[in-house]
Design a protein around this ligand. Structure first.
Ligand SMILES: Nc1ncnc2c1ncn2[C@@H]1O[C@H](COP(=O)(O)OP(=O)(O)OP(=O)(O)O)[C@@H](O)[C@H]1O
Ligand SMILES: [Mg+2]
Length: 252
């Protein structure tokens, strides 16, 4: 018996270059880096390419509002409303509970979560939405950020919920999960180390340390871990402009 282990190319050229056979669909991948290194842009671009490929996506907002995500995408000329109207993109808003929004103003493509601290309920909401979008062996879930998810509850509970999301989304359904984690937030250092072995893939983002010494910020990423797929592990420098992420070769 042969096991079909489906992989996909992300469409993000600089990432596909270092993952020549693609990413296994049943992986949960953590994008790890300091503030401003480009974690959210990475997620947004990965999601945009899934949508372009006609795959359903769920964006779980914990750091910001769905509107901010739409605006950020618009800055790159990626019109996400094209995909909300096609029923391919839905947001789970775990941010706005702090502002008690007018419920009548919540768009149909967003599920507003009144109390995201009830993490098990959040998993139910995610599963229900994946069912409605027909997510099985296709599509992806984006969680921005896992750090905020962790902060919503006692760490043992939050960790268990991340493990459940990995089991139910990635392993059972074959729906890839991407989640960001803010590197170097002291209270979460221990959790970050546990997550490093829980997840199937780790993409590290940082500022090139050599350039930093000279006062320049050059963004870099590397694939540190990717279960079930060969990958290069070197640091790749990149920049972000109005077209998205692109590779740069800094001059020495
Ligand atoms: N539309 C844009 N045009 C050009 N550069 C952009 C654009 N959007 C973001 N950037 C670049 O990306 C950087 C921020 O990236 P991003 O928000 O993805 O970081 P992050 O790692 O998610 O940060 P945080 O930890 O604060 O969430 C900005 O500082 C800027 O350099
Ligand atoms: Mg971010």
């Amino acid at each position: 018996m042969s096991i079909k282990f489906e992989r996909f190319k992300t469409g993000l050229a600089i990432l596909d270059e270092v993952l020549p056979n693609g990413i296994p669909r049943n992986n949960m991948i953590m994008i790890l880096g300091e503030g401003g290194t480009g974690k959210s842009v990475f997620m947004l671009q990965l999601m945009y390419y899934r949508l372009l490929a006609g795959e359903p996506c769920i964006f779980m907002c914990l750091d910001d509002t769905p509107l901010s995500i739409l605006q950020s995408a618009e800055g790159f000329n990626w019109n996400l409303l094209d995909y909300t109207s096609k029923g391919l993109l839905r947001f789970i808003d775990c941010y706005s509970f702090r502002m008690s929004p007018d419920k009548a103003s919540i768009p149909e493509y967003t599920i507003y979560v009144e109390n995201p601290r009830e993490l098990y309920l959040l998993v139910d909401i995610l599963n229900g939405l994946m069912d409605r979008l027909g997510m099985r062996g296709r599509g992806a879930v984006f969680i921005d950020s896992l750090t905020e998810l962790m902060s919503l509850s006692e760490s043992a509970v939050a960790l268990e919920v991340v493990k459940i999301i990995r089991a139910e989304c990635a392993k059972e359904r074959g729906v890839t999960v991407f989640g960001t984690f803010h590197f170097g937030v002291k209270p979460y250092d221990d959790l970050e180390q546990i997550l490093e072995y829980v997840v199937d893939g780790i993409i590290d983002l940082r500022y090139d340390p050599q350039y930093m010494q000279q006062g320049f910020l050059v963004k870099q990423f590397r694939v540190r871990k990717m279960k079930g797929a060969p990958h290069h592990t070197g640091w790749v420098s990149f920049n972000v402009d109005s077209t998205g992420i692109f590779k740069v070769s800094p001059k020495t």
